[in-house]
Write a protein that binds this ligand. Structure first.
Ligand SMILES: O=C(O)CCC(=O)C(=O)O
Ligand SMILES: [Fe+2]
Length: 347
């Protein structure tokens, strides 16, 4: 209870007209995160939420109580059977927000993650040191990039959590440590004082991870206890709220209320040039040939910018020649693709 009363909360900031304002962009660039609401249309959020509920085990069910980690078993990885989740993934307002944060144009973005995750509130930590209920403080870069994030003022990726329920109903706030400028002790380089990096074993559960660090790297454990956990701020999300954060932002998931389910859509985008940031799923073309060809139609009907985000060559790219324009047009024309932007870019 004492801990609950001490909790510091971040409130979602309204996005007017679907466009991030300077303060929200500044919050992401300086503090490492922005929590907003109204970025995505309510009806789209509602459709994604319904698809999540019909795809995964019900809250409180026996099956749900055996799920101690995230992930959707690939069920709602992009491109999925949920048209709504696919639409959210490439929503023009979301892409524009990410482009603004990274200071590039939308065609310079690449999708690297889109997966809908469910987390279940349980009594106890049956998942052992890999249990996801009460996570250790961490940064996400180790399993998103082959390198290490670049300098703070040159970010190359944006991570996103779209919440599909209310923290009041399910608990499970994401906790983040706001960065307080270049001298912030929590954000000194390199970022290695965390399980899974620099020889430390990976663990998810907070108690297990901190006990392990206390044994193996007591200096790291003390530093985390002093500079990270006491400074965490909890996202007071409502359905449709969006947390924009970074591969180098300290954060963690906190316990859900037992018997509840929290669905969130996780996304990440990188700058086109940052090839060392991995795409976490199978290549998008591998989804072609599904019955009734939904991916073929998705590509054909996407905007030129949305296609770029999937790695499709932009108009003006040397890929486009009279021959390739004709061939790609032959492939997708029957699905309704307008090849004209690529054709006219050659002139
Ligand atoms: O579930 C959350 O709120 C955060 C999850 C997270 O940080 C992770 O799994 O890397
Ligand atoms: Fe994380």
């Amino acid at each position: 209870m004492g801990e609950m009363m001490d909790t510091k909360w971040a409130k979602p900031q309204p996005v007017a007209g679907g466009v991030l304002d300077d303060e929200q962009v500044g919050s992401w660039r300086n503090r490492g995160f922005a929590l907003v609401e109204g970025l995505l249309p309510d009806d789209l959020i509602e459709r994604v939420r319904r698809d999540a509920e019909s795809t995964f085990p019900e809250a409180g069910s026996a099956e749900s109580q055996r799920i101690t980690d995230f992930g959707s078993d690939g069920r709602l990885v992009f491109p999925s059977q949920s048209a709504a989740a696919n639409e959210l993934t490439l929503h023009p307002r979301l892409l524009a927000a990410v482009a603004r944060l990274l200071g590039v144009e939308t065609p310079e973005l690449r999708l690297t993650q889109s997966d809908l995750w469910v987390k279940y509130g349980r009594e106890g930590r049956s998942g052992g040191d890999r249990d996801n209920d009460d996570q250790r403080m961490h940064v996400d870069y180790p399993n998103h990039t082959l390198t290490h994030p670049p300098r703070w003022d040159q970010p190359e990726a944006v991570e996103i959590i779209v919440y599909l329920c209310d923290v009041e109903d399910c608990g499970g706030a994401t906790a983040v440590v706001p960065r307080l400028g270049d001298d912030d002790p929590a954000y000194q380089w390199p970022i290695v004082a965390t399980p899974g990096v620099a020889g430390l074993e990976w663990m998810n559960d907070r108690d297990s991870a901190e006990a392990y660090l206390e044994r193996e790297a007591p200096g790291v454990a003390r530093w985390r206890a002093e500079h990270l956990y006491p400074r965490e701020v909890h996202a007071r999300f409502r359905t449709g709220a969006v947390l924009l954060y970074r591969h180098d932002t300290w954060h963690r998931g906190t316990p859900l209320l037992p018997g509840t389910m929290r669905a969130v859509h996780n996304l990440a985008f990188r700058k086109a040039a940052s090839e060392w940031v991995s795409t976490l799923h199978t290549g998008w073309a591998w989804a072609m040939y599904r019955r009734s060809l939904p991916m073929e139609r998705l590509v054909a009907r996407a905007t030129v910018e949305q296609r770029c985000v999937l790695g499709f060559p932009a108009p003006g790219h040397p890929f486009w020649t009279p021959e390739t324009v004709a061939a790609v047009g032959a492939r997708y024309g029957p699905h309704g693709m307008d090849i004209e932007p690529y054709e006219s870019s050659m002139r």
